[in-house]
Structure formats: structure tokens, C-alpha cells
Design a protein around this ligand. Structure first.
Ligand SMILES: Nc1ncnc2c1ncn2[C@@H]1O[C@H](COP(=O)(O)OP(=O)(O)OP(=O)(O)O)[C@@H](O)[C@H]1O
Ligand SMILES: [Mg+2]
Length: 462
């Protein structure tokens, strides 16, 4: 059961003590003779409900109500008034008091008012919990079992919690930068606001500043005659995602820098300073340092916008994610196209694991979509993917230093049997070190246990 906390603020000792005695069995009660002390206590530990006398010495009940509502708008306040002074009661209600009771206090009436107030609080909390649950369940699914992605998600959880810090996402095309921007939004306190994406390359360069920051009437020819608010205003208390940062015009860059430093901006052609709270997340797959050298990007902005940088690893650097991602896309496309593929054949898995992913996750998604559309089933086989033998990745970095490789003998080698014996050697070694425990052995080799079992079966039974 939820336990509610309640403050009583009244200068009359008998009322304080009488109310405390009557209510302390049901609620956590704290009593104050002055509003100043109650306000101090609210700052450190806000209650759910306050019974507040109107006629107090020092700060009056009405002034205190105003302060409390500014400090914590969610606290419900029931005013206690000595006589039904309509004007004072009206001003209290206008300032957001929940209700009022008249002295001498009738306990039955007060209890009914308190119960109504607590029912309101309970419903509000319930709505909040349901809202959070709904958002969590509908979070975009970010698949990744590799250590690299697990570490990155942990880092995202840590940095997402501070709602104003700008975050820059770096990574090659198709690695999942946009998905990460939405993960940041939904994991941050800003999730109740909107996630507004600005696809910078899609907006003509001379319009980008007014699209993001808005414009006042008459700002430029062809503009909406009554002016327009900018996308940044839609992102108030949410997240502004600038996709492909390198395409920002220099005008938009200087406005953005001012916003990041001062939290304020002017619409194009405007003179009124506007303030909003939003987190700026940006992403790029361009070499911004080269743009800075050419004077196309502001160094100071790059520094400010990248206070926190997230580098998304390429798919080749996290091969453990290939099969889980492929299975995830297989299920998604089965649903989308009404197909019922049961899985991916081991030959197709090998082809996927050996492929050199230049288009990263997007390319994998496209290949699985193709497989589902052209394949006959029940499993996806290499021919469905159309990648067999193509673009095979040989950059597995088996040794840290190239000088450690045995030199190529004059008669040449059979590369694949070399690689196989190398893999076999490490699989055996890892199993020995892990005392035969396959999951531990897989961890030693930094691959997932499905891949480990599959490779072990294939190589050690040869
Ligand atoms: N870890 C993941 N889990 C599930 N889906 C993913 C994952 N990573 C990427 N995707 C999917 O792959 C596709 C490409 O990802 P996304 O658009 O986020 O890449 P990007 O890095 O923004 O690419 P670009 O630089 O071209 O804009 C999207 O359909 C996305 O949903
Ligand atoms: Mg993108």
C-alpha cells in the first residue's frame, strides 16, 4: 500500500496537535507553526499533501501557497481558513489550492477532503506509471549481444540521465546511429517531450537555420507571412536530433552554439529572446575535422556539441551481433510479409559471419529482407542471401602485430585451412582453460555461445 506524507501548517498549537493526533495513524505527519519552516522542509523532502492555514504570522498562507506551487506544482494544498472569507478563498483557489476547510474543523469533512485529494494523487501516480510502462514497452528494439554494444548501452544509460548534456554519435553509415538517438531519448528524463529529428541533408542549406530556429514575419521572401516556429520549439523538454551534423549551414551553427552555451536563441528576423530546455543529440558519418580545416564547420561548436561522444562500432568489429541481428530481422520480415521461415541454415550463418559488412546493419537488414522474399524456406540458405563467396572479411585481427605472423613461404599457403587450424587451436585452448565450460570458453574468445558451439561442432568434428 502507498503511504502518503502530509504537512500541517498552523500557528495554533491546539489545532496542530489535534490534527496530528487524528491523522498520524493513517499518514506520515509533520507539523509546523510557520510557513517558512514548512517551505524549508519541502525543499528537502516534499510531502504529497499540505494542510495550510491562511492566517499565519510571517509569510501568510496565501504567499506560502504561491511559493509552494512554484516550488512543487504537484503537491496538493488544502487551505484552512478561520472564517469563510470569499475573496481570500478565491485567490487561494486561483493560485492552485486543491480545496479549503473552515475552522472549527469538522473531522468528518476534513477526512473526506483529504481522501479526495489522495485519490487525485493516486490516479496521477497511476497514470505516470502506465505512461512510463507504455513507453518502455514500445522502446525501439536495439539488438546487440557483443561486449562492445553492451558497454555502449551501459554508457548510454549513464549519460542519458542528465537531460541537458549534448551527445554526438559517430559511426559509419548504417551502424544504427538514428536508433541510438532514440534510445538516448527514451532512456532520459526528457522522454515525455518529443524526439524531433532534423534530417539536415534533406533541407536546403539556406533554409536550415529557419527550419531549426523558426522565423518572424517578413524574415525573407517566400516565407510564411505570419512567421513560423522552429523545430527546436517542438523539441521543448524533449530531444532535438540533428541527423548529419556536417550539413548545417554556418548561420545555423552559430545559433546552435549560442543555444548550447546560453540556452537561448532568436528566431530568424526576431528580436525576442526565446528560452527552452531540450537535449541536442547529433550524428555524423563525415570527417568533421576535415570540414573544420576547410572552414566549413566551427571548431568551437564541434567541441561543445561533442562533450559526450558515442562511437558506434562497425558491424565487422562486433561479429557476435551478426547472427542475433539476422534472427531479429528474420522474425520481423516473417511478420511483415506473412512468411514462416524457421531460421538460418548453418551454411548461411557461416556466409553471414564471413562477409565483409561495408553497409553494416542496414546491409544485413536488406539481405535478410531479400532472403525472405526470394527464399523457398523452411530455412534461409546461402543462395537466398546472394553473398556466397563475395566480399569475404579477412580482417579478423588474429594477431595484434603483423610482425607476429609466420612469413608466407615461397610455395604459398592454403589460406582457409590455415585459418581453420588457427581457429581450431584457439577453440581447443579456450575449452581447456574454461575446464570444458562452453559459455566460459566463448567469453574467452569474445564470441557468443551459439557461435562458439556452432564453430566447435564444425571444426572439432572434422
Ligand atoms: N542494433 C540494432 N538493432 C536493430 N536494428 C538496427 C540496429 N542497428 C541498426 N538497425 C536498423 O538498421 C537500419 C539502419 O540503422 P540507422 O538508420 O540507425 O543507421 P545510421 O547509422 O543512422 O545510418 P546513416 O549514417 O546512413 O544515417 C535501420 O533500419 C535500423 O532500424
Ligand atoms: Mg541515420
Amino acid at each position: 500500500m502507498i503511504s502518503y506524507s502530509l504537512f500541517i501548517v498552523d500557528d495554533e498549537k491546539t489545532i496542530r496537535e489535534g490534527l496530528t493526533m487524528a491523522l498520524e495513524d493513517a499518514y506520515q505527519v509533520e507539523a509546523f507553526s510557520k510557513a517558512e519552516a514548512a517551505i524549508r522542509a519541502i525543499k528537502s523532502n516534499p510531502p504529497d499533501l499540505i494542510l495550510l492555514d491562511i492566517g499565519l504570522p510571517g509569510i501568510s498562507g496565501i504567499e506560502a501557497l504561491d511559493k509552494i506551487k512554484r516550488l512543487c506544482p504537484d503537491i496538493l494544498v488544502i487551505m484552512i481558513t478561520a472564517y469563510e472569507d470569499i475573496d481570500t478563498v478565491i485567490s487561494a483557489m486561483k493560485l492552485g489550492a486543491y480545496d479549503y476547510v473552515v475552522k472549527p474543523i469538522q473531522m468528518d469533512g476534513l477526512e473526506a477532503t483529504i481522501n479526495n485529494a489522495l485519490e487525485t494523487i493516486r490516479l496521477r501516480k497511476e497514470v505516470q506509471i502506465l505512461q512510463e510502462k507504455y513507453l518502455k514497452e514500445n522502446l525501439p528494439c536495439f539488438i546487440g549481444e557483443s561486449n562492445k554494444i553492451q558497454d555502449m548501452m551501459e554508457f548510454i544509460d549513464r549519460v542519458a540521465s542528465s537531460p541537458d548534456t549534448p551527445i554526438l554519435i559517430l559511426g559509419q553509415t548504417g551502424t544504427g546511429k538514428e536508433l541510438i538517438a532514440s534510445a538516448i531519448h527514451f532512456r532520459s528524463p526528457n522522454f515525455k517531450g518529443q524526439l524531433v529529428t532534423v534530417n539536415c541533408p534533406a533541407i536546403p542549406k539556406d533554409l536550415i537555420e529557419s527550419e531549426i530556429f523558426g522565423y518572424e514575419k517578413g524574415a525573407f521572401s517566400g516565407a510564411n507571412p505570419s512567421g513560423k516556429k522552429g523545430l527546436i520549439e517542438d523539441a521543448a523538454n524533449g530531444t532535438l536530433f540533428l541527423d548529419e551534423l556536417g550539413d548545417l549551414s554556418l548561420g545555423a551553427q552559430s545559433k546552435l552554439l549560442r543555444f548550447l552555451e546560453e540556452g537561448e536563441f532568436y528566431r530568424v528576423g526576431g528580436t525576442k529572446k526565446l528560452h527552452i530546455q531540450t537535449r541536442v543529440v547529433s550524428a555524423t558519418n563525415k570527417n568533421i575535422d576535415a570540414m573544420i580545416q576547410k572552414g566549413l564547420f566551427r571548431n568551437d561548436l564541434y567541441f561543445r556539441i561533442g562533450v559526450i561522444k558515442i562511437k558506434v562500432p562497425s558491424l565487422n568489429e562486433r561479429r557476435d551481433d551478426i547472427i542475433p541481428l539476422a534472427v531479429y530481422f528474420l522474425n520481423a520480415f516473417n511478420d511483415k510479409f506473412g512468411r514462416s521461415f524457421t531460421g538460418i541454415s548453418s551454411e548461411a550463418e557461416t556466409a553471414l559471419l564471413q562477409y565483409n559488412w561495408t553497409g553494416h546493419v542496414r546491409e544485413l537488414k536488406n539481405l535478410i529482407e531479400r532472403g525472405i522474399l526470394v527464399g523457398k524456406g523452411p530455412e534461409i540458405v546461402p543462395e537466398d542471401l546472394g553473398i556466397e563467396g563475395k566480399n569475404v572479411n579477412h580482417s579478423g585481427e588474429p594477431y595484434k602485430k603483423e610482425s607476429e605472423f609466420p612469413p608466407l613461404p615461397p610455395e604459398g599457403i592454403d589460406l582457409y585451412s590455415c585459418l581453420n587450424s588457427y581457429e581450431k587451436f584457439y577453440i581447443k585452448n579456450a575449452l581447456e582453460m574454461a575446464g570444458g565450460n562452453a559459455s566460459k570458453a566463448a567469453r574467452l574468445l569474445n564470441i557468443n555461445h551459439h557461435t562458439f558451439r556452432y564453430r566447435k561442432k564444425k571444426l572439432l568434428s572434422d
